[in-house]
Ligand binder design. Structure first.
Ligand code: SAM
Length: 280
């Protein structure tokens, strides 16, 4: 009798564990934590009837969705076809370049040239970079949806907006106060609200937000600033034009391996405005 009773209890326990394993949908603890495309809450099979309550109770963070713009889309597509012509085929980069409305980042008087493949003046002797160079520098960073990225040289804010197509963890520094203020307002107005902006000298990086998976410097430096190397994570990548001001410079890829060893490689010749030490 006792044996029959124990067998019935055991069978009931097995059946209830089986039923719960199919119905207890636990939130994936990683879902919504990165800001990438929203991950669907996964049904995680449980092996016991007592699922850890804390996992199910974790409130998901709102995923980052960059703003979308329909105006001038055909012009952006044409610009992206030009970029593809340089044999740049990374679909995530091409998608990002198609999404960000470059015409909203250029001064009104240059609107008609917003989607040409050339840099344009943005005031104060500075420029918004050539679209192909923006695309190639972005590609070199190999961003993931949880990457932490620092940009030195906010300028118009365009490159920062492109970075948010990959990750919401974007920090950008601009040395000219008027540009920094205008870019901050522009980014917020357009909906790129995740970008953290700062006015200051980017030679020193952003120590409180470091370390970064990726650093992009959009002005030409005489040398690679030591604080930026320090603020790069092991396994991180930095892209930076190095060379004399107003000359042809070398676009350098700086990689820090997992043991902290730093290697640099020259990718191509470029021409950028100089990385200065004091606001002109
Ligand atoms: N990324 C910008 C965009 O998308 O519009 C274009 C950047 S523009 C080619 C270079 C920018 O670097 C200028 O706005 C310039 O004022 C800024 N800059 C120069 N030296 C700097 C420094 N030490 N720290 C931060 N920004 C600096």
């Amino acid at each position: 009798m006792a044996v029959v009773f124990l067998a019935a209890v055991a069978l009931a326990a097995i059946l209830s564990a089986y039923w719960l394993s199919g119905h207890e949908a636990l939130a994936d603890p990683k879902a919504h934590s990165t800001g990438g495309p929203a991950l669907r809450a996964k049904r995680t099979p449980t092996t016991t009837a007592t699922a850890p309550a804390t996992q199910a109770a974790t409130a998901p963070t709102k995923p980052w969705r960059p703003p979308r713009f329909t105006e001038r889309r055909h012009q952006r597509r044409r610009m992206v076809r030009v970029i593809e012509g340089y044999a740049l085929t990374d679909q995530s980069v091409l998608k990002a370049m198609t999404a960000v409305p470059r015409h909203r980042f250029v001064p009104r008087k240059h609107l008609s040239r917003a989607y040409g493949d050339s840099p344009l003046p943005i005031g104060y002797g500075q420029t918004i970079s050539q679209p192909y160079i923006v695309a190639e520098m972005t590609r070199q960073l190999k961003l993931k949806s949880d990457s932490r990225v620092l940009e030195v040289g906010t300028g118009s804010g365009y490159q920062a907006a492109v970075l948010t197509e990959f990750t919401p963890h974007v920090y950008t520094i601009e040395i000219i106060e008027a540009l920094a203020t205008a870019a901050k307002k522009r980014l917020n107005r357009l909906g790129y609200t995740v970008v953290k902006t700062r006015c200051g000298d980017g030679h020193y990086g952003w120590p409180e937000a470091a370390p970064f998976d990726a650093i992009i410097v959009t002005a030409a430096a005489g040398h690679i600033p030591a604080p930026l190397i320090k603020q790069l994570k092991p396994g991180g990548r930095m892209i930076i034009p190095v060379g004399a001001p107003f000359a042809v410079q070398s676009l350098m890829l700086v990689q820090k391996d997992l043991t902290g060893v730093v290697r640099t490689r020259s990718l191509m010749a470029v021409r950028f405005v100089p990385l200065v030490s004091k606001s002109p």
